[in-house]
Ligand binder design. Structure first.
Ligand SMILES: NC(=O)c1ccc[n+]([C@@H]2O[C@H](COP(=O)([O-])OP(=O)(O)OC[C@H]3O[C@@H](n4cnc5c(N)ncnc54)[C@H](O)[C@@H]3O)[C@@H](O)[C@H]2O)c1
Ligand SMILES: O=c1ccn([C@@H]2O[C@H](COP(=O)(O)OP(=O)(O)O[C@H]3O[C@H](CO)[C@@H](O)[C@H](O)[C@H]3O)[C@@H](O)[C@H]2O)c(=O)[nH]1
Length: 495
């Protein structure tokens, strides 16, 4: 069994604690790229492990099934036996969830570190040799110190002499493109205090990642960089979303503005798509975490700066949904509304912090009957997310449809929340024919051909655009309505 000459750790067996959206794809990629290594992913969630070992993986990610199929049972294993996983591997990744605290000190902002702490304690309990422990989870700065203290205190109490080298190796994959991101990452970041331990992980990654893309830093820079990367990305979305509101008031088109500014190489074109909001399990939680850390260090102005990114995100969802209600003559009571897409972005079934949640909730609170169609999301996951946010769902008001036709049939409006590619391919004429009139369409992703939809007869509202005209340049709203300005029945229509 290969052993590191200086550290004395065995190099051919990796264990990952946490078989979620990160642990699963990340370790499957290591198994594929490093056939000489054995990779074991352990999780306390039995159902999740059962699904990883089946043909129905617990998460949907393009390309993931192929990699799991290629490696599972050869050098990739999924198990609930955490003890054995820890005992047998000397390189251990912690890829457990780090959600926002929902109670106590720091409630609603600080990261809940109980899962990461429990990993430290479990390693302390079962480790019979020295180990390299790698933080894969996104954690607040200085978490490595906490893990090190848990491990060393237990080791001292047991009178042992094992070493634990803690590394930070944050993950930058995005859902929906995880396998591509892992295959060709912009960079791999490794933070640590011991250069030999850093080299062990760098050598694993160098099996497929060019060395110049493997960045090494001290522990604290690495931990903080992950939070900052997410904060900067989310900040771009909030910035363009704030401009989308201004565009709607002024007649500028947010897509044109994004293109105009994005061609400046200093700004760049990515992450400038206006949307209903940035969703997902990471952005909000990580910014709130950053806000909390700034506050902990007395940096109130810095905290307020980043808090505004989250506040803008909340405002955008409310503004988008309010516009739907206003446009539908200020009431959606008993009206069928078709919501296309429930996932927080395309190519995933993940609904954590999806904007669809607040959009549906606001519509239902106003009395609407919401019919959702999403190609991947299952209703149980959606209901769990409503519950997690303490949002009540009347089951007669939230229906998951099996097809877009079923969702749109008899609806007053279509609301596009997720940018699934298939939404571009629908026959909107036949959907329109079966809808109530006027038939409204709200494009929360600016992804459809708006002029063509106006040609069909839809009244189209797109994020960050003023009044949408037909392909022949005709206005879609009768003159007397636009002249009447923002009266209630005109739906508060802006130019
Ligand atoms: N989801 C993403 O796209 C993404 C990307 C980059 C980083 N991250 C970060 O990675 C971490 C994991 O995220 P995720 O989305 O994979 O979470 P997840 O909830 O999908 O998976 C975490 C898993 O850890 C398991 N777990 C928790 N404590 C455990 C313990 N003590 N022993 C065994 N299993 C345990 C849970 O049962 C769960 O299955 C988070 O810190 C997150 O912020 C997530
Ligand atoms: O121009 C844009 C880009 C994104 N979004 C939205 O922003 C959210 C997040 O999108 P994305 O970043 O693509 O997906 P995530 O899977 O949340 O990935 C982010 O969060 C991960 C977890 O930390 C990081 O690893 C990734 O690097 C980071 O991109 C989604 O709702 C997107 O629809 C926009 O509205 N407009």
């Amino acid at each position: 069994m290969a052993e590191h000459a200086k550290l004395g750790v065995r190099l051919n067996r990796i264990c990952c604690i946490g078989a979620g959206y990160v642990g699963g794809p990340t370790m499957a990629t290591i198994a594929l790229k490093c056939p000489q290594l054995e990779v074991v992913i352990v999780d306390m969630n039995e159902d999740r492990i059962k699904r990883w070992n089946s043909d129905e993986l617990p998460i949907y990610e393009p390309g993931l099934m192929e990699v799991v199929k290629a490696c599972c049972g050869k050098n990739l294993f999924f198990s609930t036996d955490v003890k054995k996983g820890i005992e047998e591997a000397d390189i251990i990744f912690a890829s457990v969830n780090t959600p926002t605290k929902t109670q106590g000190v720091g409630k609603g902002r600080a990261a809940d570190l109980r899962f990461i702490e429990s990993v430290g304690r479990t390693i302390a309990q079962y480790a019979s040799r020295s180990k390299i422990v790698i933080e894969k989870s996104t954690v607040p700065i200085k978490t490595a110190e906490a893990i090190a203290r848990v491990l060393s205190a237990n080791e001292a109490a047991a009178g042992g002499s094992k070493n634990f080298w803690i590394l930070s190796n944050p993950e930058f994959l995005a859902e929906g493109t995880a396998m591509k991101d892992l295959d060709a990452p912009d960079r791999v970041l490794i933070g640590g205090q011991d250069q030999d331990a850093i080299q062990v992980l760098a050598d694993v990654c160098a099996n497929w990642v060019p060395r110049d893309r493997i960045l090494t830093t001290n522990l604290w820079s690495s931990e903080l960089s992950k939070l900052v990367a997410n904060a900067m990305l989310a900040q771009r979305v909030s910035s363009i979303n704030s401009i989308s509101r201004l565009c709607e008031r002024t007649g500028a088109d947010v897509k044109e503005v994004a293109r105009a500014i994005g061609t400046d190489s200093r700004i760049g074109p990515k992450f400038l798509n206006a949307s209903v909001d940035f969703g997902g399990s990471c952005f909000q939680k990580d910014i709130l975490n950053l806000v909390y850390i700034c506050q902990q260090f007395g940096l109130e102005e810095c905290a307020a700066y980043w808090q505004q990114v989250v506040d803008m995100n909340d405002y955008q969802k409310i503004a988008f949904t309010s516009k739907i209600i206003q446009s539908l003559f200020n009431t959606v009571t008993k009206k069928k509304i078709a919501v296309l897409g429930f996932a927080f972005k395309k190519d995933t079934g993940d609904v954590r912090e999806t904007p669809a949640l607040m959009v549906c909730d606001m519509l239902m609170k106003d009395g609407a009957i919401v019919h959702v169609y999403d190609p991947k999301v299952v209703i149980e996951d959606a209901l769990t997310e409503f519950k997690y946010h303490d949002l009540e769902v009347n089951k007669n008001q939230l229906i998951f449809s099996k097809s877009p036709q079923e969702a749109c049939d008899g609806a007053h409006a279509i609301v596009v929340v997720t940018e699934w590619d298939e939404f571009k391919t629908y026959d909107y004429k036949s959907l329109y024919d079966k809808m109530m009139k006027p038939a409204f369409l709200f494009d929360g992703r600016n992804m459809l051909d708006h002029a063509a939809l106006v040609d069909i007869g839809f009244e189209v509202h797109a994020l960050g655009k003023g009044q949408i005209k037909s392909s022949g340049g005709q206005s879609q709203i009768p003159d007397f309505v636009t002249r009447a300005g923002s009266g209630l029945l005109s739906g508060g229509y802006s130019p």
